[in-house]
Structure formats: structure tokens, C-alpha cells
Design a protein. Structure first.
Length: 175
């Protein structure tokens, strides 16, 4: 805003209208107006101003992201692993995702939801029918409005192996 009570964009729009009226060209007015609106929108998105105040907030830093807690061990029947993430940014975090890499090497991307100051992701791990614990690795990604991204350290959780009884002893006949 300037001392006149108008924003920079409305002052520029007024000036361009006057110029277009002086040229008596409606087509020029429409084209100039739309170009001006596009330029001002881009300037506001990147935080640039047109002088006299009105400058937007510039996002200079990438976000930070830390895994603050997670389910470490699930029973052999599987279940829901909960992963809590702390993500901050100088302007604001717009999205947090957690990439879970399964024991077979494939992966799933889980979108976290914000609860208070914590972002929470939940992954449903299937039952483990193997003979060893199934290990799932995961990392969290935090995104800010400027498109900057941060990655957490990798962590893991396990689905324990089922209790498999040992095989019976061999059948021995006595002679």
C-alpha cells in the first residue's frame, strides 16, 4: 500500500487504463490488463514488490524435517505403523509425505496430516508369514510453498516373525 491508500497493482492498473483509453484501443486495454495481472501475480508469488511497500514474503530457506516418534515393532499379524514428523519452515510447510520402502524393495508414499504442530503418517503393514522379521525403512519429506523440499534421516520399523514351532523329531523305529 502507498500513501494514497491504493495497492501497487491497482495504481498500475489505473495507469494502464488511462494509457489505453488515450490510445482508444479496447483490444490494447484488454491485452495490457491481462499481461499486467499476470506479471503482478508472478511478482507476488516470488515476493517482489513494485516499490512503496507491498512486497510479499520471500521464502529463503528450505524446510527442516525430523521424525520425532514412530512405531518400532508390530506383531506378526501386521498392523498400523504410526510415524510422527516435526516439519518447520521460515514461511510455512504445505505438505509432508513419508516414503515407506517395503522388505521386497517396492515403496509406498503416504501423505501425512497435521495434528497440532506434528504431522502424522500411518502405514498399514501386512502380516508377516516369513521366518524372520520384515523390515520396513522410511524417510519423511517436507515441502514448502516455494517448492523447496527437505528429507529426514532414514528410520525403520519391523513386523515380527510368527512363532513357528520347530519340526517334530524324526520317527525312529526300534528293532
Amino acid at each position: 500500500m502507498t500513501g494514497t491508500g491504493k495497492t501497487d497493482s491497482s495504481r498500475l492498473t489505473d495507469l494502464l487504463r488511462i494509457e489505453a483509453i488515450m490510445r482508444c484501443g479496447r483490444f490494447e486495454l484488454s491485452l495490457i490488463h491481462y499481461v499486467l495481472v499476470a506479471v503482478l501475480t508472478l511478482l507476488s508469488l516470488i515476493g517482489a514488490g513494485c516499490g512503496g511497500g507491498g512486497a510479499g514474503v520471500v521464502d529463503k530457506e528450505p524446510p527442516t524435517v525430523f521424525i520425532v516418534s514412530f512405531t518400532g515393532l508390530l506383531p506378526a499379524t501386521g498392523g498400523t505403523a504410526t510415524i510422527d514428523v516435526d516439519a518447520t519452515d521460515d514461511v510455512g510447510v504445505v505438505r509432508v509425505e513419508v516414503k515407506v520402502t517395503k522388505p521386497d524393495g517396492s515403496s509406498s508414499l503416504v501423505t501425512a496430516t497435521k495434528t497440532g504442530n506434528i504431522w502424522r503418517a500411518q502405514f498399514d503393514a501386512p502380516a508377516n508369514s516369513g521366518t524372520q522379521a520384515a523390515v520396513y525403512r522410511f524417510v519423511a519429506y517436507a515441502y514448502d510453498a516455494a517448492g523447496k523440499v527437505a528429507t529426514s534421516e532414514e528410520r525403520s520399523f519391523q513386523v515380527s516373525a510368527p512363532d513357528i514351532p520347530p519340526p517334530p523329531p524324526p520317527f525312529v523305529t526300534g528293532k
